[in-house]
Write a protein that binds this ligand. Structure first.
Ligand code: NAP
Length: 256
């Protein structure tokens, strides 16, 4: 009989309707957790997951709006009472060259990627049980990869990484751990959604050549690490950033 590694655990995954977040929701559900799937615009995609996977409950909220985040956590508190796992996954990437700085786009990225993570963390912490795990989905961009036009996005993720370490420090007295995953290029709407087929092929070629593992990353690659961080298997891991990028050659020797 399969051992359910998240039996009796309650998780919240932000941005669970698509991409990496959706795969984490599925993985946690398969391991026995009750999973609150937060989405913003894609109710139909969120619903298609909750119809198939056990104990997946949908909550709409824009994580960049503190009031909405607060209501989301209030709802969970009334519905089930507590949280054991939070995955701050919701994120957006709006690329531009440094000198084509677009104030509105940069602020939007900070609002969702950084402030969304802050709001959801501080509100969730109010109902987290001892032994809880917070997992922030950062990016290898946040530790200094040099892919063109992602500078402002990388700043939001660098801030998420620093926030991760500070949360680990301050919430340790409540036995709440906080770690980050820094994915490389993973095939989702975020990376290939806005690209032509030709651009996607070029990007894939670049990544295959510049990655020690020699392939593009999958959502499963990230979800498996999220599962590790969610369980007591990682009980002695705190304040860390796990890079899941296939071992990029262009910065491997000087990464954190
Ligand atoms: P994706 O396929 O574009 O999905 C993004 C998810 O975030 C969607 O579920 C979306 O919800 C949700 N979202 C966006 N804005 C939101 C908001 N304001 N409030 C609540 N939810 C919101 O992206 P992904 O590639 O899976 O990326 C997930 C995370 O991994 C992001 O933080 C991203 O920065 C990070 N990451 C991705 C890669 C990669 O290569 N894909 C690499 C490094 C890091 P709706 O669809 O319902 O609006």
């Amino acid at each position: 009989m399969k051992i359910m590694r998240l039996k009796d655990k309650v998780a919240l995954v932000t941005g669970g309707s698509r991409g990496i977040g959706a795969e984490i929701v599925k993985t946690f559900s398969k391991e026995g957790a009750t999973v609150y799937l937060n989405y913003n615009n894609n109710e139909s995609k969120a619903r298609s997951i909750s119809e198939i996977y056990n104990n997946v409950k949908l909550i709409k909220a824009d994580v960049s709006q503190r009031e909405q985040v607060s209501k989301m956590i209030e709802y969970i508190k009334e519905d089930i009472g507590f949280l054991d796992i939070l995955v701050n996954n919701a994120g957006i990437m709006l690329n531009m060259p440094i000198l084509e700085y677009d104030e509105a786009k940069v602020r939007k990225m900070f609002d969702v990627n950084l402030f969304g993570t802050i709001y959801t963390t501080i509100e969730s912490a109010k109902i987290m049980r001892e032994g809880s795990s917070i997992i922030n989905i950062a990016s290898n961009a946040g530790i200094g990869t040099s892919f063109m036009n992602t500078t402002y996005y990388s700043l939001t993720k660098a801030a998420v990484i620093n926030f991760t370490k500070r949360v680990a420090l301050e919430l340790a007295n409540r036995k709440i751990r906080c770690n980050a995953i820094a994915p490389g290029w993973i095939e989702t709407d975020l990376t290939i959604g806005a690209r032509s087929r030709e651009e996607t092929e070029q990007l894939k070629k670049f990544l295959v050549e510049n990655t020690t593992i020699g392939r593009w990353g999958s959502v499963e690659d990230v979800a498996k690490v999220a599962l590790f961080l969610a369980t007591e298997d990682s009980g002695y891991v705190n304040g860390q950033v796990i890079v899941v990028d296939g071992g990029r050659k262009d910065y491997l020797t000087h990464s954190i």
